[in-house]
Design a protein around this ligand. Structure first.
Ligand SMILES: [Zn+2]
Length: 475
């Protein structure tokens, strides 16, 4: 690769240059949703930033294969194996079966996932498809003495590792140890506080819906095991990049590394990519704080899902992002202006290849510099202002949109079509009304001017006074 591609590797706690194991090819694993409830817009932010990472790598010339799991079994309400099973709780709440819940929320997840311009992973695997693989991995971990059976469950023995807290500095490690100790529901079967369940047979829940035969009795897998198995099934013994949200770092990703490397006997994944939270004004978004704000809800309120994507791209993936309606409204204005600007470009003349290459280079520099998406958008604005012809600008918009996925050309075309589909009669009427209103305003007859504005609005035409004169659009 000619270009240096960098991003923050949580494993080494610094921005690093990326090198794939195999020249030109990247294997990426993404933790998928637990399909017991809707994914809120904060969850979707994580998938947008991963999508940008993947498309930026492709822009840089890599061939990317991405695998994602769907958790439809075994995820308890605390990531540290305590509390209630999320799927069972979801089924109870909605008086449905666990499989009905899984199907419903998987479909809902992908509806929102697609709507914000994300490309589907090459492989999407539900955990319930891979029970034999989970059992095999647990057997090997027992054989290798990394696991033990206690109280009917199989546990991973974290004391067998030299460094269990791979992601953490010594200070963070102390905080995490306190956190684990403070776990309210202590599991007396565990030899060490940080041990985690690989396979449950003695569950606290009499009504666990999905159970399978295993060498340790009828039961179900722990949550962490599925990501290790599903990634190895489709990407082999090594993955280049593992993605997730920052709240996956501990314990989920820590446990994934523990069991994967114990099983394989070598390092498993070189780069860990984590994106930060979306907060609302009251703090971190969660599913437990009443109504869940989803992409579909944004759509119902009249927001284009790609405007939400644009909102996310304007800030850096490693920083928490604050969501507010005001911020989103500002993004709507910015997005519409951008679309309008693109709609005014005429596809005439020849593309200036030298200028195109220059701006593509700047764009690649931005996205390959720790995924600086706001800088990439600045390059887009600069390209639109550049001293070159429209054909070149259009070619650049199309090129950048391979990564940004804002459908700027599609939206610009729709805007132009909407403009040209207004019939001549209506247009004459609008122009006449605008002229009458200007007369009324000139005569300081504001009541008449307002009445004309309302008359237009009643016919579905909204007008706005701008520095360039009166503009109108259909509502
Ligand atoms: Zn995972």
């Amino acid at each position: 690769m000619a270009n240096k591609f960098t991003f923050y590797n949580t494993l080494d706690r610094k921005v690093e240059e990326f090198h794939s194991r195999e020249e030109g090819k990247v294997g990426i694993y993404t933790c998928g949703p637990t399909v017991y409830h809707f994914a809120h817009i904060g969850n979707i932010r994580t998938y947008i930033m991963q999508d940008v990472l993947i498309k930026a790598l492709e822009y840089a010339g890599y061939d990317v294969k991405r695998v994602m799991n769907i958790t439809d079994v075994g995820h308890l309400s605390s990531d540290a194996d305590t509390g209630e099973d999320k799927m069972v709780a979801g089924a109870k709440r909605e008086h449905k079966t666990v499989m009905e819940i899984a199907k419903f929320y998987t479909d809902a997840f992908f509806k929102d996932f697609d709507a914000v311009g994300n490309k589907r992973p090459d492989v999407v695997e539900p955990a319930t498809n891979c029970i034999p693989e989970f059992i095999h991995m647990v057997e090997v971990l027992l054989e290798k003495d990394y696991a033990y059976v206690a109280g009917g469950n199989v546990y991973f023995d974290t004391s067998k590792l030299d460094d269990y807290y791979v992601f953490s500095s010594s200070v963070e490690k102390e905080a995490l140890e306190v956190g684990v100790r403070d776990d309210v529901e202590e599991d007396v079967n565990k030899k060490n506080k940080t041990d985690f369940v690989l396979w449950f047979t003695k569950s606290k829940f009499e009504d666990q819906a999905l159970k399978w035969e295993s060498p340790w009795g009828v039961g179900y897998p722990g949550w962490h095991i599925e990501c290790s198995c599903i990634s190895m099934k489709h990407l082999g013994e090594y993955i280049d990049i593992h993605c997730g949200g920052v709240d996956n770092i501990f314990p989920h990703h820590t446990n994934e590394i523990a069991q994967s490397e114990a099983y394989l006997g070598h390092k498993w994944c070189n780069y860990w990519f984590h994106s930060n939270h979306l907060n609302d004004q009251s703090g971190k978004m969660s599913k437990s704080k009443g109504a869940i704000l989803t992409v579909s809800v944004l759509q119902e309120k009249g927001y284009d899902p790609l405007v939400y994507r644009f909102f996310c791209l304007q800030s850096h993936y490693r920083k928490p992002l604050v969501f507010s309606w005001e911020n989103l409204d500002n993004t709507v204005t910015a997005y519409n202006k951008l679309v309008k600007r693109v709609s005014e470009l005429k596809a005439e003349g020849a593309v200036d290849e030298a200028v195109k290459a220059e701006y593509e280079g700047k764009f690649l520099d931005a996205v390959s510099n720790d995924l600086n998406t706001s800088m990439a958008i600045t390059v887009l604005y600069d390209a639109l202002k550049a001293d070159t012809n429209d054909a070149t600008k259009l070619a650049l918009v199309e090129s950048f949109d391979k990564v940004l996925s804002l459908d700027l050309i599609g939206h610009a075309k729709a805007l132009a079509d909407a403009g040209s589909s207004v019939d001549a009669e209506l247009e004459a009427y609008i122009n006449d009304a605008i002229a009458r209103r200007a007369e009324a305003k000139k005569a300081k007859d504001f009541a008449t001017a307002d009445a004309i504005r309302d008359e237009l609005l009643a016919k579905g035409v909204e007008i706005k006074d701008t520095r360039e004169g009166v503009v109108w659009h259909l509502v």
